[in-house]
Design a protein around this ligand. Structure first.
Ligand SMILES: Nc1ncnc2c1ncn2[C@@H]1O[C@H](COP(=O)(O)OP(=O)(O)OP(=O)(O)O)[C@@H](O)[C@H]1O
Length: 301
């Protein structure tokens, strides 16, 4: 495990903000740390980065006890919390070069990082002129300069437009798949985490409600397929005969449990062949609120 905490607990005054947290973050994973605003994500991240002192419980990083190996551990972590620390009057390249000098890192890493986060063409523009997405990518490049094993990101896609979000997602996938990094990323958006994470921890009121692989989460979050068709009742009967699980039928829509892309295609073909008009067919994820309800009704394994 790259991150392993046991009974991690933190109080602000009388408020328990992180409550008996036992995180398990495997090497090479993108671990999505999911929870609504105020759940305790940032506080947990600050504990992992030693920006707050652990009050109760323990933290192990890279198999080492945090208290005994603090410096060694922190030198292997790159992080981005809230706004990236960027000098807006300097260019992207100058920001990276300054940091490279400070960290005594080979300056050829600057070009490598610019390339990795796709800022090569904008490298000589002032960072103050960058879009929010470019600033976040520069922040990630800065965090990666010293080639850390673990990257910890606190809501890095907050406020980004869809393109900006896709670029960050692709970058994080590349970092784990091609560069062997482990990524710990917090978010309050289930859909965003589902699209990139390999593992998920869900926190609410400081407590871990669920932890497991993305596959484990899918069994709980169970997406649905909504089909808009004519004659929904007969169409539902046909699908039931073909062993599909129809959950709901109204005059315009049928709702089924989502199984796979291929099955969704087969459903569409089946309805078409039987002479039904399929006006629309789409997959819908549960939102975080509905997922919380399911998790609290069905306790995690
Ligand atoms: N310095 C502080 N002093 C007192 N209470 C704090 C402090 N920082 C955070 N809190 C409280 O701790 C709780 C958890 O905050 P935290 O920032 O860890 O949550 P979060 O999940 O990161 O949420 P957000 O996405 O809104 O940042 C909140 O109730 C917050 O008000």
């Amino acid at each position: 495990m790259v991150i392993q905490t046991e009974g991690l607990t933190f109080n602000f005054g009388s408020q328990t903000v992180v409550d008996q947290l036992s995180l398990q973050v495997p090497e090479g994973s993108i671990y999505g740390f999911l929870g609504p605003n105020g759940a305790g994500k940032t506080t947990t991240i600050k504990l992992l980065l030693n920006l707050l002192q652990t009050q109760q419980g323990s933290i192990q990083l890279f198999g080492l006890d945090f208290k005994a190996h603090r410096q060694e551990i922190l030198s292997q972590i790159g992080s981005l919390i809230e706004q990236p620390a960027i000098y807006t009057h300097l260019t992207g390249r100058e920001n990276l070069t300054n940091r490279a000098i400070l960290l005594q890192v080979d300056k050829k890493r600057v070009d490598e990082m610019l390339d990795l986060v796709q800022l090569t063409t904008a490298a000589d523009k002032k960072a103050g002129k960058y879009s929010l997405g470019m600033k976040q990518r520069l922040g990630i490049a800065l965090a990666l300069l010293s080639d850390p094993k673990l990257l910890i990101l606190d809501e890095p896609t907050n406020g980004l437009d869809p393109n900006g979000i896709i670029e960050i997602r692709q970058l994080l996938k590349k970092l784990t798949a091609e560069h062997g990094k482990t990524v710990f990323i917090s978010s309050h958006l289930l859909g965003e985490i589902e699209r990139m994470a390999t593992h998920v921890g869900i926190i609410n009121n400081g407590k871990l409600l669920f932890q497991g692989s993305i596959k484990d989460l899918e069994t709980i979050s169970q997406p649905m397929v909504y089909i808009e068709t004519d004659n929904t009742v007969d169409a539902a009967n046909l699908l039931t005969k073909h062993s599909y699980t129809v959950i709901d039928v109204n005059t315009d829509y049928l709702t089924l449990i989502y199984q796979s892309k291929e099955k969704t295609g087969q459903i569409n073909a089946l309805l078409n062949e039987a002479g039904y008009s399929v006006y629309s067919i789409h997959k819908m994820q549960k939102d975080l609120e509905k997922l919380f309800l399911d998790i609290t009704q069905k306790p995690a394994k």
